[in-house]
Design a protein around this ligand. Structure first.
Ligand code: AMP
Length: 293
């Protein structure tokens, strides 16, 4: 496994790779969710490339940039074991040198949900992902369902800016109680960790109601919100029932795939989760085809 922290080094390493290449962009503190993307890339591609970069541009003021979990030795050991070929670990200065002033704004699909609560977040995401695509020039790039709006934003950007690559969206990997794996779960104390399972329970309750025939978006939202509110340690920020392709909030029942999503705070930790309905869409092929149109 080659570890690289310069642009020239990355371009040289990339030029040596043969066949189909896959890229997995991450912010490190890797867990089984990240490694499922790496595993999929390993299965699909001749060479697997991973970036570890805590992108300052996607954190707002007052967010957790300075305390975001880091574990480079652990990450490198896990990636080596997973058969990764190239790991790129740039510094913020390398990605945003003095004078940097070019930003990518994916207008509409960035607006609601996470984008509404985290102004500038998707501008930071789109810009760094575009840079990574240009640097790595992968044939395929792997992203997680966990960040569903991010998928929609990147899909739109790839189409609008003609990036010559394929996106692959992998299902959310969960803990035994359903909590979506996240680097931020490390912030939770044991009591908060127990409470954090409520996001998955809320998504499941709405899924059960949908399976029993409930289609009204407001009623599905109410089920999720009630479940979140029943957990004293959780403070809901939003619940959403949106069209899975446009991410527009639904106000009437329909047949189109729906994205159920939410954010809640457990203590100081902000957690997000989502699922598609109907439930059989939460697999790689359907997620890749449906999320973000
Ligand atoms: P992050 O390091 O949080 O920026 O995540 C890097 C990539 O891993 C993103 O495409 C995430 O959507 C994906 N990811 C994060 N958590 C999970 C999870 N629990 N299951 C699947 N993919 C995930």
């Amino acid at each position: 496994m080659r570890m690289i922290d310069t642009i020239e080094g990355l371009r040289a390493a990339r030029a040596e790779l043969k066949g189909r290449t896959g890229l997995v962009p991450t912010m490190g503190a890797l867990h089984a969710g990240h490694l499922s993307l790496v595993g999929q890339a390993r299965a699909d591609c001749d060479a697997v490339m991973v970036s570890i970069f805590i992108n300052p541009a996607q954190f707002g003021p007052g967010e957790d940039l300075s305390r975001y979990p880091r574990d480079l030795p652990g990450d490198l050991a896990a990636l080596e074991k997973a058969g990764v070929d190239v790991v790129f670990t740039p510094t913020p200065d390398l990605m945003y040198p003095p004078g940097f002033q070019t930003w990518i704004e994916v207008a509409e699909v960035s607006r609601g949900l996470e984008g509404e609560r985290r102004p500038g977040h998707f501008r930071g995401v789109a810009t760094v992902v575009a840079k990574l695509f240009n640097l790595f020039q992968p044939h395929a790039a792997y992203f997680g369902q966990k960040d569903a709006q991010q998928v929609a934003v990147i899909k739109r950007m790839v189409r609008d800016l003609d990036f010559p690559l394929e996106l692959v969206i992998c299902p959310t990997v969960r803990e035994a109680d359903g909590l979506a794996m996240s680097s931020r779960n490390a912030y939770l104390n044991p009591e908060q960790r127990r409470a954090a399972g409520v996001l998955y329970r809320a998504l499941s309750a709405a899924g059960d109601a949908h399976a029993a025939g409930l289609r009204d978006p407001d009623a599905l939202r109410a089920i999720m919100l009630d479940m979140l509110r029943a957990e004293p340690l959780a403070e809901p920020e939003y619940v959403s029932v949106a069209d899975a392709r446009s991410l527009r909030e639904l106000d009437a029942p329909g047949d189109a795939p729906m994205l159920l999503s939410m954010a809640a705070r457990v203590g100081a930790t902000r957690l997000i989760d989502n699922r598609l309905l109907p439930p059989d869409l939460n697999n790689r092929a359907d997620l890749t085809a449906v999320l973000g149109g």
